[in-house]
Design a protein around this ligand. Structure first.
Ligand code: FAS
Ligand code: PHB
Length: 392
């Protein structure tokens, strides 16, 4: 079966769905192709902290109503080390905040909006492939229920994540930059109240821990774990025992534990693809870059990529200008690299590295002591954590 549209979007995660809504708001027709089912996509538990840029993108997409109703505004975060807790007050330092609202809910809101508008989305689409990207009429082919489909479009947006087909399509034409970290994050979701109103990032002798949340009744907690660990190695009791040993004493003593409703291990890596445009194919989100989650940037970078891309494609169709799409890669990468730096810095600052010697640990502690004692250093952390401004 053949289809024609203006933009074919591969991937129905936050990048693909947000792009679809922004383009539709601009009157630009698009079709989304997703290899998994909606429930599978919603079942992946990932990010939890939204920058202002991400919130504004969802507002522009007309999908921020529940976010504003249910999202938690956070005016700062806590850093814990040496048994002490130190608050970094974003509001006081830079007059900004972040919103805690799970990626699952962002994706659900985007899915619901797309479905309500009756926009064309193919879930459980197998073997997607991308063709003719160096011309003005690229194609996306896939198989659905045994039938082969072909989408003919003016542009293709590769929003299919780190393991998707779009970056593989241009594997010979990309330059990649990568750092793989010697540990992962073991995360659980549990329906118990958070120990504090804000997040606690803890650097303990035993390793990193993060106390986060999804609401006032649901927590998202992480501990740094070995790359050899398997989820089945970690009972709930073993997780909570280790997690509490990494928090400062009074936080541990007042933490409510409970059964996990989700448990998973995520590897940590820094990864960037350059460029992000190949003729009529554009990469966005995790298809182009990955950050260690320590800086809470992954989902937020996907949002800024998509804002740049949607603006460029809209200018192309509505103002007959290719300035935006020609500048997309350079603009997106400028913000991506700054977020990569921040995410690498937060990861280096807060984790125990297997090859760390006494000197390395002393330097890490000195950096933490300097950070919490310097308004300038805390301001720099705050600026990056709440999200740097987008280029005009
Ligand atoms: P996604 O990977 O979310 O979505 C890509 C979509 O494309 C998927 O639905 C996939 O099924 C589909 N797809 C793939 N190949 C395809 C093909 N060939 N054909 C059709 N469809 C295809 N970020 C944070 O900020 N904080 C966190 O704590 C955090 N934790 C994470 C944990 C894990 C395990 C992972 C993998 C990522 C985590 N991230 C976190 C980052 C994450 O939130 C991403 O930044 C975010 O999902 C990016 O969204 P997308 O670019 O849409 O990619
Ligand atoms: C989360 O709530 O999942 C979360 C929050 C902050 C991070 C990473 C993950 O840095």
């Amino acid at each position: 079966m053949n289809h024609t549209t203006q933009v074919a979007i591969v991937g129905a995660g936050p990048s693909g769905l947000l792009l679809g809504e922004l383009l539709s708001q601009a009157g630009i027709d698009n079709i989304v192709v997703e290899q998994r089912s909606p429930d599978y996509v919603l079942g992946r538990i990932r990010a939890g902290v939204l920058e202002t840029v991400c919130v504004e993108a969802l507002e522009q997409a007309g999908c921020a109503e529940r976010l504003h109703r249910e999202g938690l505004i956070h005016h700062g975060v806590e850093l814990a080390f040496g048994g002490q807790r130190h608050r970094v007050n974003f509001e006081e330092l830079i007059g900004k905040h972040v919103v805690v609202y799970g990626q699952t809910e962002v994706t659900r809101d985007l899915m619901d909006a797309r479905k309500a508008a009756g926009r064309s989305t193919f879930y459980e689409a197998d073997n997607a492939s991308i063709h003719d990207i160096d011309g003005d009429n690229p194609k996306v082919r896939f198989v659905k229920d045994g039938e082969t489909h072909e989408i003919s479009a003016r542009f293709v947006a590769g929003c299919d994540g780190f393991h998707g087909v779009s970056r593989r399509t241009v594997a010979e034409r990309v330059r990649t930059f990568e750092r793989v970290y010697p540990f992962g994050w073991l995360g659980i979701l549990a329906d118990v109240p958070p120990v504090t109103d804000e997040l606690i990032y803890a650097n303990s002798e035993r390793g990193f821990a993060l106390s986060s949340m999804r609401s006032k009744t649901r927590v998202r907690c992480y501990i740094q774990c070995s790359l050899d660990d398997k989820v089945e190695d970690w009972s709930d009791d073993r997780f909570w025992d280790e997690y509490l040993r990494r928090l400062p004493e009074e936080a541990a003593a007042t933490t409510t534990t409970g059964p996990s409703i989700e448990k998973s291990i995520a590897p940590l890596r820094s990864f960037v693809t350059e460029p992000m445009r190949f003729g009529s194919l554009f990469l966005a989100g995790d298809a182009a870059h990955i950050v260690p989650p320590t800086g809470a940037k992954g989902l937020n970078l996907a949002a800024s990529d998509v804002l740049y891309l949607a603006r460029g494609i809209t200018e192309f169709f509505r103002a007959n200008s290719s300035e935006g799409i020609d500048a997309y890669s350079q603009r997106a990468l400028s913000r991506i690299w700054k977020a990569e730096r921040f995410s690498w810095w937060m990861t280096s600052l807060l984790h125990r590295f297997p090859d760390q010697g006494d000197f390395d640990r002393a330097i890490q502690r000195a950096e933490l002591d300097y950070l919490v004692g310097s308004t300038a250093a805390k301001t720099a952390l705050a600026e990056n954590y709440v999200g740097l401004p987008m280029l005009a």
